[in-house]
Design a protein around this ligand. Sequence first.
Ligand SMILES: [Zn+2]
Ligand SMILES: [Zn+2]
Length: 350
Amino acid sequence: MKAYVLHGINDLRFEEVDKPEIKANEVLVNVKAVGICGSDIPRIFETGTYSFPLIPGHEFAGVVEAVGDEADIKWLNKKVGVFPLIPCKECTSCQNETYEMCSHYNYLGSRCNGGFAEYVAVPVWNLLELPEQFDLRQAAMLEPASVALHAIRRLDLKQESTVALLGLGPIGTIMTQWLSYYGVKKVMATGHREEFGEVMKQTADAGYCFANAHEVDSVSWIKEQTGGLGADIVIDCVNNSESLSNCLECVRPGGQILMVGNPHGDIQVEKKIYWQILRKQVTIKGTWNSSFVHRDDDDWHMVIRACEEGKLKLLPLISHEMSFEELHKGLDVMREKKEYRNKVMLVSET
Ligand SMILES: [Zn+2]
Ligand SMILES: [Zn+2]
C-alpha cells in the first residue's frame, strides 16, 4: 500500500509499504478521509514521533475491509470513525474510564501507525459505528469536534454566561458551535483572521461577535462588550504569556478561565497580573483530548448525534480538500500560514 512514513524529523516519505497485519481484536480500515491536525506540524517537522519509522495522522475515517479472528463480523464493510487513543486499561485513569488521562497509552498516528496511509490496523475497541449516510470527511473531523466538546464540557456553563474566546482558529470555531448548541447567547471571539469569524457566524450563531486582534486590544474590547465587568468565562486557545495575561485581565471577578491551546514555550506572568488569580478568585481549568467510553453521552457519540441532527456543521470547516497524493502540499499550507486555512483534508477515491 501507499503510505507517508516519517523516517526522522522533517523526513516524511511517500512510499510503498506492506499492508498492516491485523491482530485478532483488530480490523483493517481502508482510509477514505484524513485531516491534518495542527499538532501534526510540530510532530512531523520539529519534535518527531515516539519512534521511527512511523506513519502519522490521527484524524481519519474509512471503511472496514477485513476483521481479525476475534472481531465481530458485523464490522465488515462498515463506515467507521476512529478514536485514536489506545488506553492501557490498567492505570487509575483507565479504571475511572477517563482514558484521555491514561498514563501508558498508545496512539494511532503518534505512537503507532496512523491514517496517512491507505490502510490502518485499528483495535475494535476504538471503532465508532457510523450511520449509513454519514459523510466520511465529516467522520474524519470527529476527533477535533470531540476535543472541542470536551473542552466546553469542562466549564460551569449557563445560557446567560458571557464567553470570551481568545485565538479563534480551527478548534475555537467548533467550540463556538458547541456554545451555541448549549444556548449561550453572548460570545466574543478575537483572532488574527476574519475568515474564522465568518465561519463562526455562519456555523455557530450570526449574533456572536468577532474582533481582529491586529486591530483592537482584546482586553479593552472584551471589557467594553461586558460593560466594564469582564467576561464570565475566558477561553484561551493561544496559550502564551501574553494570552494568559489577557485572560486574567478580562475575566470578571469569580469567573473561569479555560486553557485549551498547546504552549510552544515557557509561560510567564507579571506579578501584578498573577495577583488577579487571587483577587478575582478565578477558577482556571485545563482540558485534554476527549472522552470515549462507549456510551451515548460520551463526547464522540454526542458529536455523531449533533452532526446527524444538523446542530453541528463540520463540512464548512474544510478550507482545503486535496487528494491522498497531496499531503506535502497540505502540510505546506498549514506551515506557511500565508493564506486562510482551517481544516486541510485529504480524500481518497480508492
Ligand atoms: Zn488532532
Ligand atoms: Zn491507562
